[in-house]
Design a protein around this ligand. Sequence first.
Ligand code: SAH
Length: 397
Amino acid sequence: MDAAADDARTHLLGLERPALEAFVASLGSKPFRARQLMNWMYKRVEGDFASMTDLARDFRAQLGEHAVIRAPEVLSRHDSADGTRKWLLRADGTQAFEMVFIPETDRGTLCISSQVGCALDCAFCSTAQQGFNRNLTTAEIVGQVWLANRELGLEPGGLRPVTNVVLMGMGEPLANFRNVVPAVRIMLDDLGFDISRRRVTLSTSGLVPQIYKLAEETNCALAVSLHAPDDALRDELVPINRKHPIAELLEACWHYIDEQNGRSITFEYVMLDGVNDQLSHARALTRLLRGKPAKLNLIPFNPFPGTRYRRSPMSVITAFRDELIQRGVLATIRRTRGDDIDAACGQLAGRVNDRVRVRLGDKLAHAMGPRATGDVAVGDVAMGDVAMGDVAMGDVA
Ligand code: SAH
C-alpha cells in the first residue's frame, strides 16, 4: 500500500464508538459489527483485520481497503532497571514524542503525550524549550495506549498491562481539546479500553475555560499544575497564570469536582530550590486548599541543561510536606522512576528531532539555540521519571 492510499484510509483508533458505528454503516454493515470490531481492537489489542475471525470475510476485506488500525511507529525503546519503560515515537519525518510505562505491583501506569512540544512556556519545563510542533491526533493519543498494551503483551487471563493512564507526557492536553476528549472517551468506554474514570488522569497547566468545557464533555480525573501559592510567583513559573490567575483556576477546579462528583483534584507542585519551597509557601498553600477536595503532589524538580532552577534538597521537600499535612492538607512526594534511562518527557524527543534535522542538513537547527544543536548533555536528569501519575504511582505520603 503506498503512502497516498494509506493516508486515505480511516484510522479506526481515532473513532469514538458512534463514529465507528457510522463508519461501519458507511460500509453497509450493521452497527453490531462496530462492537465486534471494538472487541478485537481494544480487548484483544488486535490490529490485523485478517485475524478477526468472527467477522465476515467480505467485511474484513472492506476494512482492509478502507481502514487501518495503526499505532505510532516506535523509534526506540529504553528499559530501566526498575522496570520503567520508555518509547520514543515518530510523529512525522522529523518529529518525535514519547511515552513511559511504570509498572507497580498493583497497577501499570502509562504516561502519554498529547502534543509534540508545547506552547505554554512554563519556566521550569524542558518540553517548553522545544516550542510547539503540533497536536497529536486522537488516533495517535489512543494509539499510545494500544501500542503499550501490545508491546507489553497481554497478561495471563488476557488482562491488559496498562491499568492507569496519565496525560502527563509532552504537551498541554487542554490545548488539544478537540483530539484529547475523544481519546479520553475511548479509554473510558466499556467497549473501548474500559479504564475507570479515576484511573485516567488529565494534567493541565490551568486552561480555565477548557476545564469548564471538560466538565461538560467527560469525567476523567483532573490534575492541575499549581507550582506556586500566589499570582506573582505563578505568573513567573506558569505564564498562563497571567491570563487565568489562581482564584479563577481554583473556582474552575471546584466546579469540575462538583459537576463530576469527583473525589479530589491533584495539584502538582514542582519543588524549586529557593523559589517556591519555603515554609511560608506551604502555609500560603494551606490557605488556598484546606477544607477543599484537594491533594498536593510535590515533584522534586528535574534539572535539564540550560535551566536556572535547582531541585530543592530532600530535607526541604519533606519539611514542606509535613507543614502541609500538619495544617490539614493532604500532601505526597512523587517518587522518581526510570532514572537510568533518562526518562525525560520532551528531552529525548528533542535530541532525535535534532539528529534528524542535522541529517537533513538543515543548518537552521543551529540557529535555534543550544537545544537545537544536538550538543545537549546526555546525562540530564529526567523530568519524565516524575512526570507520571501521582494518582497512579504509589507516592510516599
Ligand atoms: N501540560 C500539562 C502536562 C505537563 S507534564 C501540565 O502542565 O500539567 C506533567 C507535570 O510535570 C506538570 O505538573 C509539569 O509542571 C511537571 N514538570 C514539568 N517540567 C518539570 C521538571 N523539569 N521537573 C519536574 N516536573 C516538571
